[in-house]
Design a protein around this ligand. Structure first.
Ligand code: NAD
Length: 287
């Protein structure tokens, strides 16, 4: 199959590398950053001057882009991917964006007889490198079947959740929990330290107790105890995901008070210049 990959960042590049390594597919690539295109060209991919050209004859078009506005600018409009790609091809958006954007983009794609799956991923850069991402897809069964052989190269646990938008919905629910759990852990550690407990002792006891969580297990030994916050899942991405949850709730006429407080914590970290650090850096903030 011919596969286009648009967006060759921390996630897109290792996914493209795994597709190349599989040897089963030819790869058409685009990123605004020419250096990223060049390094994959050296490994056998074909670079193009625009996203629309990369998508033109592809069977499956993968996008891994920073946010809703950029995704829309790449897919939509006169010079967008949807205008140029072939009828019968399937756009698989691997970015974390809102369900509303997925539904809008899928509608435009359908008008051109192009399939669409919102397929956000979980597992981070390490999962992208290892080809073990969890993929949560929303869209029609026929489009999912067409994309599955490609998704099986980049991911391990691949689920079709339901119709378009359901993949992004489950992703933002997951990341709402991730962000709120992190904010709660940060508050809990501060309380414990004010009582004279060390982080090491709290981790030793709580990891075996009812207060344990994914963030406790994933973040304490690796980032929080050594106070080393490079790599991992960036504060700015977590802030973006909590904002997606808040925007989606607003559209549904709901307010999410705990999520709002957690978002403010990540916004504070971002303003303090810590936006690229692992999300657990919020444990170092004063408040
Ligand atoms: P990134 O910032 O590393 O990469 C984004 C890439 O998109 C960059 O290479 C950038 O040059 C490119 N780009 C920006 N605008 C473009 C345009 N108009 N046309 C073409 N390319 C353009 O981001 P990432 O960490 O790879 O994340 C990508 C998506 O995956 C995001 O939606 C993110 O929320 C999601 N995600 C990231 C992780 C993670 O751990 N990094 C985990 C799960 C999901």
């Amino acid at each position: 199959m011919k596969i286009a990959v648009i967006g060759l960042g921390a996630m897109g590049t290792p996914m493209a590398e795994n597709l190349l390594k599989s040897g089963d597919h030819s790869l058409r690539i685009f990123d605004l950053d020419r250096e990223k295109v060049k390094s994959l060209e050296e490994k056998g991919a074909e670079g193009f001057a625009t996203a629309a050209e990369a998508a033109e004859t592809a069977d499956i078009i993968l996008t891994s882009l920073p946010n809703d506005a950029i995704l829309k600018s790449v897919l939509s409009g006169e010079n967008g991917v949807i205008q140029t790609c072939s009828a019968g091809s399937v756009i698989v958006d691997l970015s974390s964006v809102s369900p509303a954007t997925a539904i809008e983009m899928a509608g435009e794609a359908k008008a051109k007889e192009v399939g669409y799956l919102d397929s956000p991923v979980s597992g981070g850069v390490a999962g992208a490198v290892a080809g073990t991402l969890t993929i949560m897809a929303g869209g029609e069964e026929t489009d999912f079947s067409k994309a599955l052989p490609v998704l099986e190269i980049i991911g391990k646990k691949i689920n079709r959740i339901g119709g378009v938008g359901s993949g992004d919905a489950v992703k933002i629910v997951n990341n709402l929990l991730l962000g709120c759990h992190m904010a709660a852990l940060s508050e809990a550690l501060k309380l414990g330290e004010s009582c004279g407990l060390t982080k090491e002792k709290m981790f030793e006891i709580i990891r075996e107790s009812s207060g344990a969580s994914y963030v406790l297990n994933a973040k304490m030994e690796k980032f929080i105890i050594p106070a080393a916050f490079d790599g991992g899942f960036a504060v700015d991405l977590q802030k973006k995901d909590l904002n997606l949850a808040l925007d989606t709730a607003k559209q549904a006429g709901m307010s999410l008070e705990i999520t709002e407080k957690a978002r403010d914590l990540f916004a504070d970290a971002s303003e303090a210049g810590l936006g690229a650090k692992d999300m657990s850096v919020v444990t170092t903030l004063k408040k």
